[in-house]
Design a protein around this ligand. Structure first.
Ligand SMILES: [Ca+2]
Length: 98
């Protein structure tokens, strides 16, 4: 089994979401501030545009599928799946360049 197994990755995702969602307001959902903090602290290197408020707003709107101004765990997971696919695609492209 891989040392970094999928089970521990799932645990990390849940812990990160709960930690940031629990900072203010509804503790089961991310507010825009919480989402911004999560992205900057946890996804910093891959989210260069996270410091631009316009980009953060745009990203938050994309993630908030039901438009309730909060990102719940399902909305977060869908966005994370999209980011992961994009990153995975980039890695594949890099290997093709070699
Ligand atoms: Ca929402």
């Amino acid at each position: 089994m891989c040392e970094k197994n999928l089970h521990s990755a799932m645990g990390a995702i849940m812990t990160v979401f709960d930690t940031y969602a629990g900072k203010e307001g509804d503790k089961t959902k991310l507010s825009k501030n919480e989402m911004k903090e999560l992205i900057q602290n946890e996804l910093g290197p891959m989210m260069k545009d996270a410091k631009d408020p316009g980009q953060v707003d745009e990203l938050f709107k994309c993630m908030d599928a039901n438009g309730d101004d909060q990102v719940d765990f399902t909305e977060f997971m869908i966005a994370l799946a999209v980011f992961t696919c994009i990153c995975h695609g980039k890695e594949v492209d890099k290997s093709k360049v070699k």
